[in-house]
Design a protein around this ligand. Structure first.
Ligand code: AKG
Length: 256
């Protein structure tokens, strides 16, 4: 493992760092199975509601949660010491999805150059994580990224991006941590096997999340998990909820 200092330098200068062999074989297999279950559940709802996102199972912990590998993953967040150091204060989960980059998938957002955070703030408000569920190879659509693009507010043109882009490569079980301002894109998968990953974004608690994950929390959950799912930074909906002693407040002290 690299040192915290080296990690900090890589995220500052290049915008990302890849950590090999973080997730073991057994956990990886469970994550793949649970990602497949979440995918099927999402597809069913998409079909019922007439929308079509064939590459993504969004908000996977809303489909698969208690006693699952997703629960363990978040309760024991991989590389937490690096993320803590980078964020320098409390953070919560903005979104967590599984991506299925199948052969020749081209048109969706994730396969075009983009930033996950649409507003550009060159301060450490958030960090992105990709867990490689399969090997990320030269040919199976590994995520592309433009080194240093987090340092410029303007988005590169598509030509600039694809000319300069590098691939995130590594074996299944590796994890990429990257600056949320880094411009990236799914790559073109020219193999017959679907390339899978889990992606999540973590950010400071005062930023609005994409989904309210705090409703998943139960009293017996660890304080860490409550923090991560935004349970300590909820918005009051009634005056009853607002007028509470500090320990019962919806938005607790120290969340920024
Ligand atoms: O599937 C990929 O490699 C791209 C993932 C991505 O762009 C994203 O999660 O924002």
């Amino acid at each position: 493992m690299i040192t915290l200092k080296e990690f900090d330098q890589r995220l500052t200068n290049d915008g990302l760092a890849i950590f090999p062999a973080v997730i073991g074989r057994e956990q990886l297999e469970q994550l793949r199975l649970d990602a497949d279950i979440a995918y099927r559940k999402c597809r069913k709802i998409q079909e019922m509601n007439g929308v079509d996102f064939p590459r993504v199972a969004h908000h996977i912990i809303k489909s698969v949660w208690r006693d699952s590998s997703f629960y363990d993953l978040l309760d024991n967040l991989p590389l937490k010491e690096y993320i803590d150091d980078y964020m320098g204060g409390p953070y919560i989960l903005n979104t967590i999805s599984a991506i299925f980059n199948y052969q020749n998938a081209a048109s969706e957002l994730e396969n075009r150059p983009h930033r996950d955070m649409r507003s550009y703030f060159p301060v450490r408000l958030s960090i992105n994580v990709i867990i490689f569920l399969d090997d990320f190879t030269e040919s199976n659509g590994s995520t592309l990224f433009l080194k240093g693009s987090h340092l410029k507010q303007d988005m590169p043109s598509d030509d600039e991006f694809f000319e300069g882009a590098e691939k995130m490569l590594g074996e299944a079980g590796s994890i990429a941590l990257f600056n949320s301002d880094l411009v990236h894109s799914g790559g073109m998968n020219v193999t017959e096997s679907t390339r899978r990953c889990i992606v999540y974004t973590l950010h400071r608690p005062f930023i609005k999340t994409q989904f309210d994950y705090s409703t998943l929390v139960e009293a017996s959950d660890s304080d860490w998990l409550k923090q991560l799912l935004g349970y300590h930074s909820r918005t009051a909906k009634t005056l009853e909820e607002w007028y509470q002693p500090p320990e019962h407040r919806m938005y607790k002290a120290g969340q920024g």
